[in-house]
Design a protein around this ligand. Structure first.
Ligand code: F6P
Length: 466
């Protein structure tokens, strides 16, 4: 069944990701993955399998399916040990830092890796129970590198694809994971591996060619570990029209009225990130401090709003970054604040999209400076939310996947506080005509590489090629 295009076209879509998104309107969604998958499934229908977010005393278990509109939801509870070793351990203490070029922060253990494999097998059991011969399986992100291998061991031959939302690092960095060869072998059990950017795809290809004895076949395919695996670049996009609509809230929206009242005529710089060391928050705070040092005349008339919902707070490195940011935010405000002015507003909570999009639209600058990021959808959403008549300016890290497409942003090196400070001043004094030109250029890219295009291209390649 898996070999025939006609049959593959008639099968169901089964999406597997570590988390499923909150389906109810108005709930904050963490990260770009949930928003992208939710949209694909709401349009096409299908089954979504993921963790319930719960730890169960009864051990890991597959819960009964639920129907939410066109989506069937199948969630799994984790046993405490599975959560600790798979999610907190291997996925977020070993893989995440290495994929973001931060090997020095990685904590590896064999038992965590055993837990990672065990949970990938658990997900494979849930998929296998639901799978019909023509169905295609679309796995997401670094939590599920071993899912295809677990399914193949059960004799499953359906089309299996994975999209990696994070970066894929240079081979030498990937090899700092002690089980890198095992992971690469498992990954090659997929039929299609999708990356955010060409440099991520090349890094994987380079690893397979140099370290795993693979060789190139025509059409971006690789022969490795006795299998043919295809690779492709599918930059995840956003729905520009929906975002623009959300960005114009009803005139009587009380929360927006509060923001307007408290910001007044002040220039607004906005940043929204999960509280993660890959996002460059500390470096950004220091760059803002540098900006205030260098631009005395801006003091009192600019506000930097950093929204940073806590994330993975039981991982040590995340606790450390949180403490560090609390200290830095306090220090910078203590140094510059006046009776009637708070230079930096630091909020440790998430907001629903219906609130965030109007905030983006009100902002003069979107400051998006991750040290490394697979894509960064905040950058794209900020652009899409702007009023084209009077748009704000995007200041964007050159190390976000989005920088490959949003070349009309002010691109900066997040390691360089002086460059970020200069970009902030340049953005604040940018003439309207230049702001409009840059915005129009970025909107053209966003319309071309929409969320629908991302989904259709990936699934087309997964279903369509033998
Ligand atoms: O979008 C990237 C991502 O890492 C997703 O895989 C993940 O679900 C999201 O960020 C939020 O992280 P977490 O699920 O660990 O809270």
């Amino acid at each position: 069944a898996a070999g025939s295009l006609a049959q593959a076209e008639t099968g169901r879509l089964i999406v597997v990701s570590n988390r499923v998104a909150p389906i109810e309107e108005g709930q904050p969604t963490a990260g770009g993955l949930a928003a992208g998958v939710l949209d694909a499934l709401q349009t096409m229908g299908g089954l979504w399998i993921g963790w319930s977010g719960e730890i169960s005393a009864e051990g890991s278990r597959i819960l009964p399916e639920k129907q939410k509109g066109k989506i069937r939801l199948q969630t799994l509870d984790f046993a405490e040990a599975d959560y600790q070793q798979y999610y907190r351990g291997f996925a977020n203490s070993a893989l995440w830092p290495v994929l973001h070029y931060r090997s020095a922060l990685a904590r590896f253990s064999r038992s965590d890796y055993a837990g990672y494999r065990r949970v990938n097998e658990l997900f494979a059991n849930a998929v296998a129970d639901a799978l019909a011969p023509q169905d295609v399986v679309w796995a997401h992100d670094y939590h599920l590198l071993g899912l295809a291998a677990a399914l193949r061991e059960k004799g499953i031959t359906n089309r299996l694809g994975i999209f990696l939302h994070t970066p894929f690092p240079a081979a030498a960095v990937f090899m700092t994971i002690p089980v890198h060869a095992d992971l690469a072998r498992a990954l090659c059990q997929y039929d299609l591996i999708g990356f955010q950017t060409e440099s991520d795809r090349r890094a994987f290809e380079d690893y397979v060619l140099r370290e795993a004895d693979g060789h190139l076949l025509p059409g971006r395919a690789l022969m490795a570990f006795g299998r043919v695996v295809r690779t492709g670049v599918y930059p995840i996009g956003v729905q520009t029209e929906e975002i623009r609509e959300q960005a114009e809230p009803p005139a009587d929206c009380p929360q927006m009225a509060r923001l307007h009242r408290s910001i007044g005529e002040s220039k607004l710089i906005i940043s929204v990130d999960r509280l993660d060391y890959s996002k460059g928050l500390n470096e950004r705070f220091l760059a803002y401090e540098r900006f205030l040092e260098q631009n005395e005349s801006r003091r009192g008339s600019v506000t930097f709003l950093q929204i940073a919902p806590p994330s993975r707070s039981d991982v040590e490195t995340y606790r450390e970054i949180r403490l560090e940011l609390e200290r830095e935010a306090g220090r910078i405000n203590g140094r510059f604040a006046e009776l009637d002015w708070t230079p930096l507003r630091y909020l440790n909570k998430g907001f629903a999209r219906q609130m965030l999009m109007p905030m983006y639209a009100r902002a003069d600058i979107g400051l998006v400076t991750p040290m490394r990021d697979g894509m960064n959808l905040v950058a794209k959403e900020f652009v899409a939310a702007q009023n084209p008549i009077d748009p704000g300016v995007l200041v964007l890290s050159q190390f976000a996947g989005a920088a490959c497409e949003l070349k009309a942003a002010l691109l900066v090196n997040p390691h360089d506080p002086d460059e970020i400070a200069a970009a902030l001043e340049r953005a604040l004094s940018m003439p309207l005509s230049e702001r409009r030109e840059r915005h129009a250029e970025m909107m053209a890219v966003l319309r071309r590489n929409s969320l629908t295009v991302w989904r259709d291209r990936f699934l087309g390649d997964l279903k369509g090629r033998a």
